[in-house]
Design a protein around this ligand. Structure first.
Ligand code: F6P
Length: 536
């Protein structure tokens, strides 16, 4: 990525404030926004002006973004380190044409599995498929990472549409997670969905075995009450899950991109197959937009370019995702995996060392809660943290419309406050109003200064429907793709998680006390010895 021009444009900003850009251009909000369907993405509260935007857009051509995009949708093996295509988009290609991998159209399989999911989900919801004790009251999804975060996020997001059995998610190998979940459930009326792309993940397989034992002990029937979601169907059979309850997917669906297919099965059971279809259609609508809109009007591209401007050009280390939408409470965690597992890399596709910062730290919480927790630092801390606000024009509770007005007002107030700030003179006036004078006035006033000029973007949508959720998730997936292309990295592998897994395996017998700590560093050995000494 050629950042020289952008770095000199950044230098030339000098003391120009974002507000000055609004003063100079009454049309700025419109010119520095882009829409896709009903979604509006406003990035006008940043330092990006025409020159900066043009330079950012040039990066796309320089990185041959259009060719990479074509390659992805065409099923080429752009995940080069694993030799795989990247085709999660095929899972939502409901009305699209054929999609080929190695000369083979994958759509018949995708649509056939989707249809099997629909039938299974509706039969679970309707009670035709039941457990030893009757129709299912509860579904427990056992999975981790991409086999957990997407469905958890979507289940919360689509709560107003949830009319199926209760849903629970167990991810952590900490026995507390499964114990606390199963304690309240009836083993004869609970469906367990084991979700694991590889069907080898130690956390998931440990939890799945514990759930099976719980079910057998409680009079349930695992042969009727287990389903599996995986791309390793040989391993699901070995676990004893009947073939008709296994929903497979191909290796060209990355874990963190998998909510659109069988990994979304619990969501489909919760909200029904029609609502799930609407979610897929939302994702597909964003795909069509991403494939056809020119760069400046292309929402994922502009979202990515704003990200590059803040991270790779200006060097801001993190970005906050701040949905003013309580039902998006797990969206920041979902984006953490999507963005950090995809673009948290320091080696370029060709094996060279990345000559610029990798993707940023992504974090956040729903507003307004975050306002009463960490916004202090966002407003007055020494680091600039670009904020990505999200908010709906409407809630789902018409009887509580006054809540939604407050929510919206708070969201808009925060981005306004970040940009406007409060000068020392303005702070002094407030202190004078409070009756302060002299040195005390000066001292107190300084604590009440907000530098302002802190960048934010806002994504606004009509209401958090399944269709809109699909658009938002696909928007961020493509944003990650674009940022990865501009960085020249492979966004679709995750070698960085392997070393810890390997060491955890080798530490197993050591924490059991079967093998000594010889060869371990002093800290690890000391911690093991402490754990063994205090073992009850
Ligand atoms: O350890 C990381 C990871 O491989 C993620 O990429 C993936 O989403 C998660 O583990 C779970 O993997 P699986 O679905 O194969 O159990």
């Amino acid at each position: 990525m050629q950042l020289d021009q952008l770095k000199s444009l950044a230098k030339s900003i000098g003391d120009r404030r974002i507000l000055d850009l609004f003063d100079a251009d009454s049309n700025r909000a419109e010119s520095f926004s882009t829409s896709s369907g009903d979604l509006l993405f406003d990035y006008s509260k940043t330092q990006i002006n025409d020159d900066i935007r043009s330079a950012l857009i040039q990066l796309c051509d320089h990185a041959k973004l259009a060719d990479r995009r074509t390659a992805m949708f065409a099923g080429q093996k752009i995940n080069e380190t694993e030799g795989r295509a990247v085709l999660h988009t095929a899972l939502r290609n409901l009305d699209g044409g054929p999609v080929e991998v190695d000369g083979q159209d994958v759509m018949p399989d995708v649509l056939e599995t989707l249809q099997r999911m629909r039938v299974f989900a509706e039969e679970v919801r309707g009670g035709a498929i039941k457990g030893a004790g009757g129709s299912f009251t509860d579904v427990v999804n056992i999975g981790i990472g991409g086999s957990d975060l997407g469905p958890v996020m979507a289940t919360h997001a689509l709560a107003p549409y949830h009319d199926g059995p209760k849903l629970h998610y167990v991810s952590n190998v900490d026995g507390a997670h499964i114990a606390d979940t199963l304690r309240m459930l009836d083993p004869t009326r609970t469906l367990i969905v084991v979700a694991s792309k590889t069907f080898t993940t130690i956390e998931t397989m440990t939890n799945a075995r514990t759930a099976r034992a719980w079910m057998v002990d409680g009079g349930g029937d695992p042969s009727q009450q287990f389903a599996a979601v995986s791309s390793a169907v040989d391993k699901t059979a070995a676990f004893g899950i009947p073939e008709e309850r296994v929903f497979g997917f191909a290796d060209w669906v990355g874990g963190r991109y998998s909510v659109w297919g069988p990994v979304g099965l619990p969501v489909m059971i919760a909200v029904g197959s029609n609502a799930f279809d609407a979610f897929l259609r939302g994702g597909q609508a964003m795909d069509l937009h991403f494939r056809s809109a020119k760069w400046v009007e292309n929402m994922p591209v502009m979202l990515a370019l704003v990200g590059v401007w803040h991270r790779q050009v200006l060097g801001y280390a993190s970005r906050a995702v701040l949905p003013y939408d309580q039902r998006l409470l797990r969206l920041p965690a979902y984006f953490q995996q999507l963005e950090m597992e995809s673009n948290g890399k320091s080696v370029a596709m060709d094996g060279s060392t990345l000559a610029m910062p990798s993707g940023p730290v992504v974090w956040g919480e729903p507003g307004t809660n975050g306002q009463h927790a960490f916004y202090q630092l966002i407003h007055q801390g020494t680091d600039v943290i670009p904020c990505e606000f999200m908010v709906a024009a409407n809630g789902h509770e018409p009887e509580l419309a006054h809540h939604h007005r407050l929510l919206l007002a708070n969201c808009l107030a925060q981005s306004e406050a970040l940009m406007q700030g409060r000068s020392l003179d303005e702070a002094r006036v407030r202190m004078v109003d409070k009756g302060l004078t002299g040195e005390e006035l000066e001292r107190q006033a300084r604590h009440r200064v907000f530098s302002g000029d802190r960048p934010s973007t806002t994504l606004i949508y009509p209401q958090l429907t399944p269709y809109v959720l699909g658009q938002i998730i696909a928007l961020y997936e493509h944003r990650v793709f674009v940022e990865g292309v501009l960085l020249g990295i492979n966004s679709f592998d995750q070698w960085g998680v392997e070393l810890g897994k390997e060491l955890a395996t080798s530490l197993g017998p050591i924490v059991d006390g079967e093998v000594g700590t010889e060869g371990k560093d002093g800290s690890t050995a000391g911690l093991v010895e402490y754990a063994l000494r205090h073992r009850g």
